[in-house]
Design a protein. Sequence first.
Length: 470
Amino acid sequence: MTATMIKEFRLPDLGEGLTESEILSWKVAVGDTVTLNQVIAEVETAKAVVELPSPFAGVVAELHEQPGTVVEVGKPIVSFEVDDAGSSNGGGAPAAGDRSAGDRSVVDTAANGAPAAVAAEAVGSPAKREPNLVGYGAVVEHSGRPTRRARGNVQDVKSPTPEAPAIAEPVLSRQADVASERPRSTPPVRKLARDLGIDLQLVPGTGQGGLITREDVQSYIGAAETAQATPVSDGQNERESRTPIKGVRKFTAAAMVQSAFTAPHVTEFLTVDVTATMELLARLKGNKAFEGYKLTPLTIAAKAVLVALRNNPTLNSRWDEASQEIVQFNYVNLGIAAATPRGLTVPNIKDADRLTLRELSTELTDLTDTARAGKTSPSELSGGTISITNIGVFGIDAGTPILNPGEAAIVALGAVRKAPWVVNDELAVRQVMSLSLSFDHRLVDGEQGSRFLADLGDILADPAMVMTMI
């Protein structure tokens, strides 16, 4: 009779040091037989919705968390019953967490219960780590900079290696609690309390050794709201609806506040006659070389931004506060703001400056389709160098866009409208677009920002201008 063992899969760090994720749904149930890398769950981090592949082939023994639960990184979420000779490392020697190869029920909590993406982010390496989200949509080059988005699916996840270090668990202090010490809790709980304006000194801890848990903070809030509630209702509350601020929307809100109050924004506007661009777009759509490609004003504008950056590289940089340096990028990861059911996201196209117009069209289509489906990976949301927001699709002409954190500039594209315009000293009806450029004045001087916006306007007014800039 084949001996089996129990393997635990702990919630991995899905990139950029995220501390928790919400279980959205399980794709398996207890008793189901799963294969290696089969999608078993869908989770939402503060940045994106991610599909989790199974690190084992076996039978689902237990689901530790229910949908809707926010789980800290490193906590067990599912257990599998597997052959003790057929673990995720290919059936080699027993993992570090195994008590015995012959035991029928042995719990292994080592990191070889997590996919390859976890191994690169596990605690223990003294070097600075870059997210290695193989199977989640990104591949990391030896230089540490993510390459363009991988087109593979979760089957691209490699089997974890037995050398991978275990995921660090929260360390609980064994010293006696004294009133003068900081209340004992985990980093996610302390952040939650800060966000809600709660003093943890006032919150009773019900966890092990008096540890303050997320539930303790929520219970404290509930008690406070109850105590402050008025005994007589005027019916106003019955006409309100409330949605918890979490996941992508919570992250976006925090990022926008940080950007608005950290980077000194300057916004400039330029209205351009884009009749020539719209005529070019119509010709390209009828060209067999572009058959099957989705071409829009955004496609042409994105290419124009990439060309304009060649003569204005300061807009493709970031401010490094820690080292007090300006970091100039020699590549362009072009961010595209996307409105999704879960809130605003800004995924980016890696190495967009190296793409042809047809390649850029394909990447833009894939990016927007993925974003609207809520499937954008964490790697696609990080590493952007400059962004575009297309407010024209909503019929808006201009605005003052807020910088994506860490970037020096963002361009807002207004709606293309027919309007009276002076051409050769005569009034004519032309197709007109307003451009809005916000930039970080620490990095970009007014002259540099103005030159970039003028170059962008020149290209869109006369696409042949591209020939003078490349």
